[in-house]
Design a protein around this ligand. Structure first.
Ligand code: AMP
Length: 534
């Protein structure tokens, strides 16, 4: 028997229509690339997004065509986003922080047709555009864009296509081989935004002012460009300036209540606040994800600034949010010190998804909080394959996608990432979690950033070493760090060496670039151990 309910396909244009109609005067505030703060509303942006659609249609952009953007989080970027998906074209975000040859590969692979770019990207584009023959037109998101928009009608038709239609394309720089394109759909992004709005996920509401730090070119900006307008939250877009001082200023002047970003962003903000004695008067809670959240961030934000940190886990292929470390009733009843170990985990699954933990042969492993295994995930917001290689399914026989993460699951459903499969350190047949050691080490007051890598060892196969970037002006000795770790980690997890480096490099999405660190360590040998015959 068929249900007697109306047909209402979940296409993303409906979200912006809703925001314009029912939260029309809610503000979207941008720190423009030109410098000044620009104030707009959902109703105003909706009108301009419709004008973008008109311009795209005039250029001959048809449903399914790829429209690329290369830019920071801004009102204009958002307009292009909605103007593109509204007419059934595919919004392809290019990450300006990638190597030029990677961007060339990605733009050609996606066969981008037109590119909207921040003016700051001009030098980079001058280098790559001659190698991207499918891009027929570039419009810079400055006066050129305004001139292109000026006088256009704002009545382009949106929607009217199936909810399974593709909406967004985001390439993930894989660990091996070329970057791979994750192709989001209207339905998958719509569902993802609704899933993330739940109180036990991002918990956004009309009363929130959201500072969107996660770049729109990284993993769909955690879907916030859909979830914030869904509930009519005020949106604050920081443009290119992501330093501690600029973010702090925006938080205070705009009354930001919620924000999300990778740990390094919070480390920078906290360093700025410590230096200036600044306060966070409106911020209530933040989601930290993209990399494991160090304990020091959770403690400092809570104890010194009254801000609750919730950890989230996901990846480009999972739209991205999948697990969140909000407390279960059992955990919520515990004193803070006992809640902390749960906050350090990546959290529990959002409804609509399923997880399993398997060994290398694909056998399911116990949810005992101890056994490490490959983390596999399934659901309507999870990739089934990659753009351009649809015939190669990316899922196993049961429909689960291999995340490439190694984790544990406990009996209460809390998942904890121990490593990327490629970063796992195997010592004497047992796994050492580089993430755990890093996150404890970075709590040392002199440490700015820490990374733990496995180095080949004649007896144990691999042993961990700790690399430390000290806070500016600090000096420290190896023993100081080993003493700091002593008692906080298992003895056999103790790094065999501590190296002080000028810089721990960050990759294009603000995460520690272990690949580059490994190359920099070429030729490094562990300190001589007289007990070992080499
Ligand atoms: P990306 O697709 O670039 O967003 O990278 C996704 C990967 O980042 C995941 O597969 C994890 O390895 C890592 N990641 C994301 N969130 C977390 C987290 N909260 N803790 C640890 N690792 C994380």
């Amino acid at each position: 028997m068929q249900a007697l309910m109306q047909d209402w396909s979940l296409t993303l244009d409906k979200i912006f229509d809703h925001a314009a109609r029912w939260h029309g005067d809610r503000e979207v505030v941008t720190r423009s690339v030109e410098g000044p703060i620009v104030r707009a509303t959902y109703a105003g942006l909706h009108r301009r997004a419709k004008q973008v659609s008109d311009g795209l249609k005039e250029m001959g952009i048809r449903p399914g065509d790829r429209v690329a953007t290369m830019g920071w989080n801004s009102d204009r970027h958002l307009e292009v986003w909605y103007g593109t998906v509204g007419i059934g074209a595919v919004l392809h975000t290019l990450n300006p922080r990638l190597f030029p040859e990677q961007i060339v590969y990605i733009a050609n692979h996606a066969e981008d047709t037109v590119l909207f770019a921040d003016p700051a990207c001009a030098p980079l584009l001058a280098e790559i555009l001659p190698q991207c023959p499918t891009i027929k037109r570039v419009i810079f998101l400055d006066a050129e864009y305004e001139a292109w928009l000026e006088g256009r009608p704002a009545d382009a038709a949106w929607g009217g296509f199936e909810e399974s239609t593709a909406a967004g394309l985001c390439y993930t720089s894989g660990t091996t081989g070329n970057p791979k394109g994750v192709l989001y759909g209207h339905r998958s992004n719509y569902l993802h935004a609704m899933m993330t709005l739940q109180p036990d996920a991002l918990n956004l509401s009309a009363r929130d002012t959201v500072l969107l730090i996660v770049p729109m070119y990284h993993a769909n900006a955690w879907g916030v460009m859909y979830s914030a307008p869904m509930v009519g939250a005020k949106l604050v877009l920081p443009g290119q300036k992501l330093d501690g001082a600029s973010l702090h200023e925006l938080m205070e002047t705009e009354g930001v209540t919620y924000s999300a970003g990778v740990p390094t962003i919070w480390q920078m903000l906290l360093a700025h606040l410590k230096e200036t004695g600044g306060k966070l008067t409106s911020l209530q809670r933040v989601t930290v994800g993209g990399a494991a959240c160090p304990e020091s961030i959770i403690r400092t934000l809570r104890d010194d600034y009254g801000v609750d940190v919730i950890q989230g886990w996901g990846m480009t292929e999972t739209s991205p949010l999948a697990t969140v470390s909000t407390p279960s009733p059992k955990v919520a009843a515990l004193p803070f010190e006992q809640q902390l170990p749960y906050k350090l985990k990546q959290g529990r699954l959002i409804c609509n998804l399923d997880l399993k933990l398997v060994d290398d042969a694909g056998n399911r492993l116990p949810h005992d909080g101890k056994t490490f295994g490959r983390l596999m995930i399934k659901g309507p917001t999870i990739a089934s394959g990659y753009y351009g290689s649809e015939h190669n399914s990316a899922v196993d026989d049961e429909g689960f996608f291999d995340t490439g993460d190694v984790s544990t699951l406990d009996a209460d459903g809390y998942m904890q990432i121990t490593d990327r499969a490629k970063d796992v350190i195997k010592s004497g047949g047992e796994w050492i979690s580089s993430i755990d050691v890093e996150n404890i080490a970075v709590g040392h007051p002199k440490a700015a950033l820490c990374a733990v890598l496995g180095v080949v060892h004649p007896k144990w196969d691999e042993r961990p070493i700790l690399l430390v970037q000290l806070e500016p002006g600090q000096t420290a000795g190896k023993q100081e760090f080993l003493d700091f770790l002593d008692g906080k980690i298992a003895r056999w997890w103790m790094p065999d060496d501590v190296l002080f480096v000028d810089e721990i490099p960050l990759g294009p999405t603000g995460k520690i670039d272990k690949k580059l660190l490994r190359t920099r360590l070429t030729g490094y040998e562990l300190p001589f151990d007289p007990g070992l015959k080499r």
